[in-house]
Write a protein that binds this ligand. Structure first.
Ligand code: FES
Length: 62
């Protein structure tokens, strides 16, 4: 699923950045993808994906 239409960023790409590349905040996501830097409509959904993926990652460690 495409989260950011302006920059063609998918949910899969976001999860990969978080789980494999160690990105842990919106600043890091923006640095890697430019997500949210045009119309901004994707930011809320990207934050939800970030939060649930970080929570998932936390559960796997503990
Ligand atoms: S949809 Fe992401 S900046 Fe427009």
């Amino acid at each position: 699923m495409i989260v950011c239409l302006c920059h063609s960023v998918s949910d899969k790409k976001l999860r990969k950045l978080i789980l494999e590349d160690g990105v842990s905040d919106m600043k890091g996501i923006r640095r890697c993808t430019a997500l949210g830097t045009q119309c901004g409509k994707c930011v809320r959904q990207a934050k939800e994906i970030l939060n649930e993926t970080v929570a998932f990652q936390y559960q796997q460690v503990s």
